[in-house]
Design a protein around this ligand. Structure first.
Ligand code: SF4
Ligand code: FES
Length: 244
């Protein structure tokens, strides 16, 4: 939904007025207005998860998550600042070293929100020592491959599976360093669930964990959304009704 003209509320985002609808979070308002606030665990179709912290902004000088804080008339929100982008770069570097992200060999390269956001934030290397965790792959499903090495625990697949597909195929389990993606079947294998390649959960992953089989590199490297556009441009296009 676009703006309700009878209630023209606005707040300031990086010094420019932004309209919002009553009930919007700051990130919802920014998305609707085609303004980019970096995010990984948020998606316009789902309730916020608040886990990745990429969307951290300053609201009247206090830090908080743009995906969970309600917009309010007259507030001053800072997002695109050197300080906040440096913080985002550090979070991204931590995500990269926690998993095994080898972009040049990843089928999702050029279509990966983690990779694109890292470029956007000027990340040139991992900075921290790589963990190189041992994580499994699951090829048990006839049409889908799971590569747990790239999971950033955004929870989008779990929300899509339960809220849209009505299946509860995925969950986030464990605590702290042991937090991990869980497949809800007696064997823990995707092939033992009722997941279908047409499920929303099959196409929601912002990185290269849930991949369709037999379609690798159908869209060549160089012709993928983030090969041509920044996340900010993709966001603006989506807000204008486009698709990626
Ligand atoms: S598999 Fe993908 S969508 Fe699911 S939690 Fe991991 S990164 Fe997020
Ligand atoms: S997008 Fe707000 S915490 Fe992840």
């Amino acid at each position: 939904m676009r703006y309700d003209a009878s209630q023209a509320l606005s707040f300031s985002l990086d010094g420019e007025d932004l309209l919002f609808n009553p009930g919007d979070t700051i990130l919802q308002a920014a998305h609707r207005g085609g303004r980019y606030i970096p995010h990984l665990c948020w998606h316009p179709d789902f309730a916020p998860h608040g886990s990745c912290r990429l969307c951290t902004v300053k609201v009247n000088g206090r830090t908080g998550s743009a995906c969970t804080i309600q917009a309010a008339a007259g507030i001053e929100v800072e997002s695109n600042t050197e300080e906040l982008n440096a913080h985002r770069k550090t979070l991204l570097q931590m995500l990269f070293v926690e998993g095994n992200h080898f972009c040049p060999s990843c089928e999702k390269s050029g279509h990966c929100a983690l990779q694109a956001t890292a470029y956007q934030m000027g990340m040139e290397g991992p900075h921290f020592e790589e963990f190189y965790p041992t994580r499994p792959m699951d090829a048990s499903h006839p049409d889908l491959l799971l590569d747990f090495n790239r999971c950033i625990l955004c929870g989008l697949c779990a929300r899509a599976s339960s809220e849209i597909d009505g299946k509860n195929v995925f969950a986030i389990g464990g605590h702290g360093m042991g937090t991990h993606l869980v497949v809800n079947s007696p064997s823990g294998q995707l092939g033992d669930t009722d997941m279908a390649a047409t499920d929303r959960a099959a196409s929601i992953c912002p990185v290269g964990v849930i991949l369709p089989k037999r379609r690798g590199f159908v869209i060549p490297i160089g012709e993928r959304p983030y090969d041509k556009q920044s996340p900010a441009d993709v966001e603006a296009e989506l807000a204008a009704g486009g698709t990626t």
